[in-house]
Design a protein around this ligand. Structure first.
Ligand code: SF4
Length: 502
């Protein structure tokens, strides 16, 4: 069977979202002819082109866009000093927010490339703002018409918008879709919707596919898995033939008992993702914020991988652990995880991994770290953890030695004392697997953080400790402390993004 896998606009721009790569690994292994496309990066590539920018009157930006893209793709570092000295790029509203002190502190005198990446990102964001205000109100750099899907109580506003004439960016997207479809004639098209910011794009694609092809259109991903379990509106079938939830076909308006058997999708831990035929050279490393933790999210082409399926803890009182991608925990062998890492490295040429699990299981992390060291691999990796007494100083050091460079943790893992028993974590027991904690840089004037003898990670955690007096917590807030708090905030805001089901 010919199968086309699509990530609709828009997800992040620095690296491919892995859902289609996992599906490709699975379908290709069954002998199907499979292609995958990230319509998000393809659309952005066309929007950020001299032709498109000239057509909307941004002539100066049109002249500079190709060199800036090459720089943000890591293909021409030599442009960095010119961008960093602020004599090249036109500076719009985004540059008004620049804080010189923060820039000085963040990049110093030698962080030219990083500084240039931040300035080039502001240039790109200025262009995106102009497009949203003057050309297409749906457009944003990493989400598309998200406001129509976010917490929408009914399908009506989204449906009404989908009945309108396609917007200029819609037309660009549909043009690209037509090119992919006409060159391949798929019998089945799978649209993944990991986030609300992809839903409108997915439905526009589905609408076009149903009108112009005979392919079976399936929609799945983290968003339907989380948000569509009560969906009863049959109008969804105007945009697809099947909705896939928990590896099965969800009959809209029905109960779980009425789910139909469909292709049996294995857990992602059983598949090696296949990133071939994605245009890896087109991804853009953006530096939206100077915060070092935030930068990991948008900078660098990390290979995204799942270590274990589901959450090993699945006991937090506030968490919907009935969701398959949380409650159904499955840990593969460490050798399988590292085999997958090696195959992906060979395919993408990148040695950095972002594990997108809800919460990395410490036991498996240990085994993976030992396997990495045993094979002598030079890799770096990061992911989300829950605050956990299993992170002993010894485990932290082992993980750092194997290549773990950062971790984010959900602040919900730091409950007030009354709720601690639901979490099983008591902060003074917690260590973080991050050797760089030892190299905390602080702004001039910051007070020295509280350091508990025995482990450097306490420097990070000191601002968060509930057993310290409030004043001491505030005084001891280090940069890295803030970085981790901000990381946690971002996770709270993006609940469901990490480790979302394919
Ligand atoms: S909140 Fe996080 S750690 Fe707690 S059960 Fe849910 S996924 Fe697991």
């Amino acid at each position: 069977m010919r199968i086309l896998l699509i990530t609709p606009p828009l997800t992040q721009l620095n690296t491919p979202y892995p859902a289609t790569a996992y599906l490709k690994g699975f379908y290709a292994g069954q002998g199907n002819e499979v292609r995958q496309v990230d319509l998000g990066i393809e659309v952005v590539d066309r929007v950020l082109s001299a032709t498109f920018l000239s057509s909307i009157g941004l002539t100066e930006q049109a002249r500079l866009i190709e060199p800036v893209k090459r720089f943000l793709r890591g293909q021409d570092d030599t442009l960095g000093p010119r961008i960093a000295n602020r004599s090249l790029l036109p500076e719009g509203k985004r540059f008004e927010q620049l804080d010189e002190d923060n820039m000085e502190w963040s990049f110093g005198v030698s962080g030219t490339t990083d500084k240039a990446m931040h300035l080039a990102t502001l240039f790109i964001e200025d262009i995106a703002d102009h497009i949203r205000e003057n050309v297409d109100s749906h457009f944003d750099l990493v989400r598309y018409a998200e406001y129509l899907s976010n917490d929408a109580p009914t399908f009506d506003p989204l449906y009404a918008e989908l009945q309108q004439t396609p917007s200029p960016i819609d037309r660009l997207m549909l043009q690209l879709l037509e090119e992919y479809v006409s060159g391949f004639s798929p019998e089945k098209v799978c649209l993944t919707v990991p986030f609300p910011g992809c839903l409108y794009g997915a439905l526009r694609c589905g609408q076009w596919l149903k009108a112009h092809t005979n392919a079976t259109v399936e929609i799945g991903g983290g968003f339907p898995n989380t948000e569509w379990r009560q969906l009863s509106d049959q109008r969804i079938y105007e945009f697809c033939h099947k909705v896939i939830v928990d590896s099965e076909e969800w009959v809209v308006g029905s109960t779980r008992a009425q789910m139909l058997p469909t292709t049996h999708y294995p857990l992602p831990t059983e598949i090696c993702p296949d990133f071939s035929d994605l245009p890896l050279e087109k991804y853009l490393s953006l530096t939206e914020m100077t915060n070092p933790m935030h930068r990991l999210w948008s900078q660098g082409r990390w290979n995204k991988l799942v270590m274990a399926h589901g959450c090993y803890w699945h006991r937090c009182a506030f968490c919907d652990t009935s969701l398959d991608y949380i409650g159904n925990y499955h840990a593969p062998k460490a050798t399988t995880v590292v085999d997958h890492m090696e195959r992906v490295m060979a395919q993408t040429g990148r040695t950095g991994f972002h594990f997108v699990d809800e919460a990395l299981p410490p036991k498996l992390l240990r085994e993976v770290a030992e396997e990495i060291l045993k094979r002598g691999l030079a890799v770096s990796f990061w992911g989300n953890i829950r605050f956990e007494k299993a992170y002993t100083a010894e485990l932290c050091d082992l993980l750092a030695e194997a290549g773990m460079v950062a971790d984010t943790a959900d602040r919900r893992g730091l409950p007030p004392p009354a709720r601690r028993r639901h979490h099983g974590a008591h902060l003074p027991h917690v260590r973080l697997p991050h050797r760089d904690a030892a190299r905390v840089r602080r702004r001039p004037g910051d007070r020295a953080p509280h350091v508990r003898r025995g482990h450097r990670a306490e420097r990070i955690l000191a601002p968060l400790r509930h057993d310290l007096p409030l004043a001491q917590r505030h005084q001891s807030r280090s940069l890295w402390g803030q970085a981790y708090i901000l990381g946690a905030k971002s996770i709270l805001q993006q609940r469901g993004r990490l480790g979302a089901r394919l």
